[in-house]
Design a protein around this ligand. Structure first.
Ligand SMILES: [Zn+2]
Length: 904
């Protein structure tokens, strides 16, 4: 493996390797490797998605192009028709017709994926959208071509559930030796699939111990917990060894006997009675590792116990607390008859319900202040591999998974289920069709969980064809209502906030635009130009992504806007000649001509915008603090926002200074002249540049068609304050719209809406897919109503969190206006609900955290649960949390606990 660049490595880029290949060839070599399925035992590398998407754009991968511009067939990859096969034949060559502004990506930069200061530990908050998984052979090629790093290597492992997945986070373990308990523990990262034997061998080797002279203990929470050596071939996962789990290596005493743990235990027992704080784990009654672990102590209220974080498990803790505070659900599980569990349940075989019941008993038992849900975490991970690791997950996904599993585990319909075909409504009354649907559902699903959580939607779909007019009415069971925060029309669009800088207008301007999600970058620029008006021409604008105060990439015009991430900083620059920024063939293919694709270097005359068509040259400038020492440049030395200028090709050095000065004055209102700064010519963002003489009449002699320069400010005092500001700072924050009301979202939910072409409906009368009209309404309202506010929006490359504040009632949510007319006449219990619990998501996608607010049925008061810590809180605190509210649990008035008091 090649050496990594040093911290803050902003040194010169490695020279392009001699064996550089063309983008087409890169794509041809990488693509088949990427299509291989994950193989257990093989190694893979992670690559920052930001870089990878850039690479896809560079090779012209069809997936990054706007569907509207995407050639139907065959795919055109930089003029090469790939349907001609991989033989390198030039028969299929067709010149591309659009402009080409994308240049070759820089080094692979994975630092964003890693914990600060670490060369291997990944950030726990990463989502699958942040990286691309690349097989080893593909990584080797990318690394050879681009360099960079650090390499992040991970192994694919086989999960108990049968799937194969990449183990992103190994278990971080600390091993203590009994002869030196006060010393620093040995820290290692180990796969959860390693066996006890492998762990012991590794630790003994690394700690210089003889395996026969030590015994290995699970030292969870720094208490003697259980001997690990009874099953040497069990995996760490099976032994419930969690992330950050301490391990104790007990060494023989001078007489060759194991006495250390015995002594430790008897000391603990002797002092247990004396400590009134009671903040210790049981060690005597919980000797086996296959259970959850209670901490002795007094809860602030019965059931209001914390749950220890077992390594990024706040999403799980938040979900458990919500479920634990649904009184009817809890009561059922506290008295669960395990004999009657459905051992034929698909995957879970009754074990999830058992683990849930055990956990609730522990949480609601006497003398417990906190629980480490080691076994529950294990059981969930056994059956749902997405939850078996230690990465951040979605609390709603877990809630759905757990409810589904509990339903199945408690299902009285065991073994094979009857197949029931539902009859068309055909104008029959709602009551009859709904009854049929519910009966059919109960013939397959019959449990207390179904009784509590399952409701029925009435779904009406109408064919839009006048001659057809088919109407389909169905009644569909649901476990939760997922409410969009925006209307359907809004969901088909996406909004961007651009920072605009114009040649002759002082200062930065923020432009907000909404475009179709499938729009191209070109359309985005056009929409922005229209929004601004005032003579701004789209054809004179260049859109770049700024990252770390540098131009990270030029956005190719035919690229689809969905490859832009919500948090990306976009700079729209008006320049006198946008074609000056088009990349030349020389830049695209390298100056050495060694790509071996010379035929591609000369597309048909006039088909490709080349620098010859422009008399100007594209220049990217960056403000920096001049360095008077030999210190290493860091990104902190970059200032303000980079700027783009088209400069006459035959300009002299003096003229270049004049141009830059004129621009800074007109566009940025910076009046300092060359006495305060100097222009340096850089090899892209290399640290050291060559100083340009402000008084020289020598030609600039631009190379290629685009070059990078820095404006180096000589004196700290002379740096204009504008350059110390970050105008991007506010662009993304105020995108969120005003407050909305939960009832408004329910209104949107039951609104008649037109389906789009992606979710078209198959009309059995027309025998075609139609963009039909669809309406959902509540028909049967369950005793427990779970509402998810869809705060996470996904596109192919990224996801974002919507910070729309939602007002929700703590008491008296009335579903009647959103119910079918027929159900309104015959409610057994009116669907009026009170809030019992809510799962709250805090922060951004990157550094997110989950907590829960739950109302205790013991005293009717609200409690705030943040992993291990619990506190009482006010109603006001709960209802004020309009941005954090993510999953809401409402209970119907007829099962409202008396302790909640009179309804308000
Ligand atoms: Zn039809």
């Amino acid at each position: 493996m090649a050496d990594m660049s040093p911290e803050g490595g902003e040194g010169p880029l490695p020279a392009i390797k001699a064996e550089a290949v063309s983008p087409v060839e890169e794509y041809r070599r990488i693509d088949p490797l990427m299509k291989q399925p994950l193989k257990a035992g093989s190694s893979y590398f992670l690559v920052n998605r930001r870089w990878y998407t850039e690479w896809l754009q560079w090779v012209g991968h069809p997936s990054v192009q706007s569907p509207q511009l995407r050639p139907a067939d065959p795919p055109l990859i930089d003029g090469l028709d790939l349907s001609q096969g991989a033989g390198g034949s030039t028969d299929g060559l067709r010149p591309r017709t659009h402009s080409w502004t994308k240049d070759r990506p820089g080094e692979i930069d994975n630092r964003e994926l890693l914990e600060v200061g670490s060369a291997t530990a990944m950030k726990r908050s990463l989502s699958g959208h942040d990286y691309e998984i690349v097989p080893e052979d593909a990584w080797d090629l990318l690394y050879e071509w681009y360099g960079g790093g650090p390499p992040i290597k991970r192994r694919a492992i086989q999960e108990a559930s049968g799937g194969v997945r990449l183990e992103l986070f190994g278990l971080s373990l600390k091993a203590y030796r009994s002869s030196d308990m006060a010393g620093l523990p040995k820290e290692i990262i180990e796969s959860k699939n390693s066996t006890i034997r492998q762990l012991k061998e590794r630790l003994c080797t690394e700690m210089d111990l003889e395996p026969q002279d030590v015994r290995m203990w699970d030292y969870f929470d720094n208490k003697i917990f259980g001997l690990l050596e009874d099953e040497m071939d069990a995996s760490l996962h099976d032994k419930r060894i969690m992330d950050n789990n301490p391990i104790l290596l007990e060494e023989k005493d001078a007489d060759g006997q194991f006495t250390f743990v015995e002594e430790m235990k008897s000391n603990a027992t002797n002092t247990a009675g004396a400590t009134s704080s009671g903040s210790g784990y049981y060690s005597s009654s919980y000797q086996n590792s296959s259970a959850d672990v209670p901490m002795v102590g007094e809860a602030i209220q019965r059931g209001a116990v914390g749950l220890q974080n077992l390594g990024n498990t706040c999403f799980m803790n938040s979900s458990i607390q919500c479920l634990s505070n649904i009184p009817k659900l809890r009561e059922y599980f506290l008295e669960l008859d395990k004999e009657r569990l459905n051992r034929t349940a698909h995957k879970t075989q009754g074990k999830l319900a058992e683990a849930f019941a055990d956990l609730l008993k522990m949480m609601w038992g006497e003398g417990t202040s906190k629980v480490a849900p080691r076994n529950f975490k294990y059981q969930v991970g056994q059956f749902a591999e997405q939850f078996s690791g230690y990465g951040q997950q979605d609390s709603m996904e877990l809630i759905e998974y757990v409810l589904d599993g509990l339903k199945e585990d408690c299902n009285t319909v065991q073994g094979p289920k009857p197949y029931i075909e539902l009859k068309e409504a055909d104008g029959r009354p709602d009551e009859e069709v709904a009854r049929e649907a519910l009966d059919a559902y109960h013939l397959r699903n019959n449990s207390r969980v179904d009784d509590l959580f399952v409701g029925l939607f009435k779904s009406v779909v109408r064919c839009p064809e006048k001659e057809c007019g088919r109407v389909s009415v169905t009644f569909d069971p649901f476990l939760s209502a997922k409410l969009s925060l925006t209307s359907t029309a809004e969901q088909r669009q996406t909004s961007f906030s651009l920072l605009l800088v114009r040649e002759a207008v002082k200062g930065y301007q923020q432009v907000k635009v909404r475009v179709n999600k499938e729009a191209s970058v070109k359309e985005l620029i056009q929409a922005a130009a229209e929004e601004v008006g005032e003579g701004l021409e789209a054809s004179k604008c260049i859109l770049v992504e700024v990252w770390n105060k540098k131009v990270h990439q030029f956005l190719e015009e035919n690229t689809c806007v969905d490859s832009i991430r919500a948090e990306d900083h976009l700079l729209l620059s008006e320049v006198s000649d946008a074609t000056a920024f088009h990349v030349t063939n020389e830049q695209r293919w390298g100056s050495s001509g060694s790509y071996g694709f010379n035929a591609l270097n000369s597309p048909e005359e006039g088909s490709d915008p080349t620098p010859s068509s422009s008399s100007s040259f594209g220049v990217v400038l960056n403000h920096r603090k001049a360095s008077n020492s030999h210190s290493v440049w860091s990104s902190f030395d970059h200032l303000g926002v980079p700027f783009l200028l088209a400069i006459r090709k035959d300009a002299t050095m003096r003229e270049m200074y004049a141009e830059v000065r004129r621009y800074m004055k007109q566009a940025l209102d910076i009046h300092a002249g060359p006495e305060a700064w100097r222009i340096h010519r850089l090899e892209k963002y290399a640290r050291d540049g060559v100083s340009i003489d402000p008084d020289s009449d020598k030609r600039m002699d631009f190379k290629g068609s685009r070059e990078y320069f820095s404006v180096e400010w000589l004196e700290e005092d002379a740096i204009p304050s504008l350059l110390h500001q970050d105008p991007f700072r506010n662009t993304n924050e105020d995108v969120s719209d005003g407050e909305v009301d939960l009832t408004h979202l329910l209104q949107l939910f039951v609104q008649d809406e037109r389906l789009g072409n992606t979710d078209a409906w198959y009309c059995s009368r027309c025998k075609e897919h139609r963009e039909a009209y669809k309406q959902l309404q509540f028909h049967h309202c369950p005793p427990v109503l779970v509402i998810q506010l869809k705060r996470f929006q996904y596109n192919r490359w990224s996801r974002e969190r919507l910070n729309t504040p939602v007002c929700f009632p703590l008491e008296g949510l009335d579903l009647r206006p959103f119910c079918t007319a027929s159900s309104r006449e015959s409610f057994e219990s009116p669907p009026i609900y009170d809030l019992a619990a809510l799962s709250k998501h805090i922060g951004s996608l990157g550094g997110g955290h989950y907590v829960a607010f739950c109302r205790s049925s013991i005293d009717g008061s609200w409690y705030h649960f943040d992993d291990g810590s619990v506190r009482q809180c006010s109603e006001q605190e709960v209802s004020a949390d309009k941005v954090g509210a993510y999953v809401l649990f409402y209970i119907r008035r007829d099962i409202r606990p008396q302790t909640f008091g009179a309804t308000s």
